[in-house]
Design a protein around this ligand. Structure first.
Ligand SMILES: [Zn+2]
Length: 181
């Protein structure tokens, strides 16, 4: 066991993913300190997460010498989503079909169905935009206290009603800083 895994948290879902013990987890890329996995509650088809193997909670906890591997895992996830090989798409579709056929809960069933509804558009479009982010703390919307970067492909028909000003829209009243058509 690598030294870095000493602080694994036995109760933590992402720690179980990192130890290959989480049922239904679909790892799409891994390097020494980070994993890219498919989100089990996809906001959009292709929605992926990048997590550290170690139980790190906040972005500021990431040792600087391994941070570069987070960028590697983010870029690899983006490449897979952007390129969408036939094999990858087949696995992804199966992943969502399994969600619908044997869901953990009603939310997963609904989100799996939503991903499948958009799957044809997702498969065929050009993807050159992503929303990438971290809900870095409870007040920022974090629900699992193990650092995770969200990687969400963006395309016409992705279901977002308005992406003007992007992540700034968590503050709807002050998101705008210029006129946008
Ligand atoms: Zn953890």
């Amino acid at each position: 066991m690598p030294e870095i895994n000493k602080s694994d948290n036995l109760e933590c879902y992402f720690c179980s993913v990192a130890k290959y013990e989480a049922e239904g987890a679909e790892i799409i890329y891994e390097n020494e300190h980070f994993l890219s996995v498919l989100d089990n509650y996809p906001a959009v088809p292709g929605h992926a997460l990048v997590i550290p193997r170690q139980h790190l909670v906040n972005l500021i906890d990431v040792p600087k010498d391994i941070g570069i591997e987070a960028f590697d895992a983010l870029q690899q996830a983006q490449s897979m989503i952007r390129d969408r090989s036939d094999d990858w798409l087949e696995d992804l579709k199966l992943f969502y079909e399994n969600m619908v056929n044997s869901p953990r809960d009603e939310y997963q069933a609904r989100l799996g169905r939503s991903a499948l509804d958009k799957f044809a558009i997702f498969s065929d479009c050009t993807i050159d935009s992503f929303t990438v982010g971290i809900n870095d703390g409870k007040l920022a919307g974090r629900t699992i206290d193990h650092l995770h970067f969200q990687v969400m492909p963006r395309f016409d028909g992705d279901g977002s009603k308005d992406s003007t000003f992007g992540v700034r829209r968590v503050f709807p009243d002050t998101a705008s800083y210029k006129n946008v058509d």
